[in-house]
Write a protein that binds this ligand. Structure first.
Ligand code: SF4
Length: 203
């Protein structure tokens, strides 16, 4: 969670990427009314935040969220909320349903400690509505079950879906072991793209 300048807190929620069940939205709305100002912020990374939580209500809200199976979202030098487009469920241009892969990435990597925050975006076709080339890590469906992995906007691998999790894990391990604290992955990779491609050859 984040403290606002007025001393209240912003409680960020870790939502699975893609689609959110209506009952979760209703629950979050009720909690925002009960423990905060009654408003919910929809973040640029497709997450939800409950702002203006008074310090006196923070512990109760966090406990209630956990009881309901909702975990606080990631902040600081960690892997952040994975963003994802709707893919074949609603988009005529989609080459695949990107949601299952985005959810696997969410389950495997959300909150993992890294030298600086890492943002991941998944797109169901090369139009790239989630801006995969502007995220630290981007996954773009390119047809069949193939995905392109972009790191800092550089195309570093083309993979079958079954290898994507291993490729992201190798990339994050390489980044965590090589980069100085505070250095964003998209900057760190700029002079080391060929080194990262060599690392991914291990797959
Ligand atoms: S990235 Fe492609 S599949 Fe996803 S919403 Fe945009 S056009 Fe549709």
């Amino acid at each position: 969670m984040i403290q606002s300048p007025d001393g209240t807190y912003v409680v960020r929620l870790a939502l699975p990427p893609g689609f959110v069940k209506a009952e979760i939205l209703r629950t979050v709305a009720e909690l925002a009314e009960r423990y905060a100002s009654g408003e919910v912020h929809i973040t640029v990374r497709q997450g939800l935040e409950i702002p203006e939580v008074p310090p006196s209500k923070l512990d109760d809200l966090l406990r209630k969220l956990r009881e309901l199976g909702l975990e606080p979202g990631s902040t600081g030098p960690r892997v952040r909320q994975v963003t994802c487009c709707p893919g074949t469920r609603t988009c005529a241009n989609a080459l695949t349903d990107p949601v299952p892969l985005a959810r696997k990435l969410h389950e495997e990597f959300l909150d993992v400690w890294v030298p600086a925050k890492v943002k991941i975006a998944v797109s169901g076709c090369p139009r790239g509505c989630t801006r995969p080339s502007e995220n630290d890590l981007g996954l773009v469906a390119v047809g069949g079950d193939e995905w392109e992995l972009l790191v800092g906007g550089y195309r570093v691998a083309r993979l079958p879906e079954q290898d994507v999790i291993d490729a992201v894990e190798l990339t994050l391990e390489w980044y965590a072991s090589e980069a100085p604290p505070g250095t964003r992955l998209h900057r760190f990779v700029t002079d080391r793209v060929s080194e990262l491609r060599d690392v991914l050859e291990r797959l």
